[in-house]
Design a binder for this molecule. Sequence first.
Ligand code: ZN
Length: 127
Amino acid sequence: MTDHYECAGCAKKFKTTDAVDGFSQGYKAGFLCPYCHVNLEENGQSDGFDNMAFGYSFWAFTLVLYYLMQGRSIVDWFEPSIANEISSFLVFWLPMCIAFLGYNRNAILKKRIVYTKKVAGRHNLEK
Ligand SMILES: [Zn+2]
């Protein structure tokens, strides 16, 4: 599956393999959009945590839950007790995880979009 870039200049999407190498044209950093020839560099992707809905909230929830559940268990299914602690954590965490993945299924399952930003500065034009 080919990743796609989303141009920060014209918002068009194009295959990463279609990105134009601008080095020979004096652009020393990043690549060029094949449509508008803006000098771009990568800026995260659609399935990165910072671009998924509730990405950080989910991580925060996981960490807080892990902290709260340390040394505690609400189930008594296994020997040794560490298995019960892990199970207790999963009882709370798995539904959230499933909800999170379900909510973000498009970002995870659809083709990955790699976001871009314009390369700052004019130093790229110096030869
Ligand atoms: Zn463009």
